[in-house]
Write a new protein. Structure first.
Length: 97
């Protein structure tokens, strides 16, 4: 689930309406999402800090930083980490994959 700092909303009357990725913003973020997915799927068994460093290295347009952080959080929430001898906090493939 996204944290409040990563949710983009507008107020309309008494309603809070979420702002979804559409159009040009979605097109700009598609390569970012693909890069995140590639990193997470190719780094199974690596240390969590190594995975985070690889994700941090993905270039994101400045105006899309919050949306990219939201995508990253959703993807990372789907990962499971565990501690192995010699490889602390390694990402592992979930049983649902």
């Amino acid at each position: 689930m996204l944290t409040s700092d990563l949710v983009r909303v507008r107020r309309r009357g008494g309603l809070v309406v979420p702002q979804y990725l559409r159009g040009a913003a979605a097109e700009r973020l598609l390569p970012v999402a693909r890069a995140y997915l590639d990193i997470l799927s190719q780094r199974v068994g690596e240390r969590r800090d190594e995975v985070a460093a690889a994700l941090d290295a993905v270039e994101v347009p400045a105006r899309d930083r919050v949306a990219a952080l939201g995508l990253r959080k959703v993807l990372e929430d789907g990962c499971a980490y565990e501690v192995h001898d010699g490889v602390p906090n390694a990402i592992r493939k979930s049983s649902s994959s």
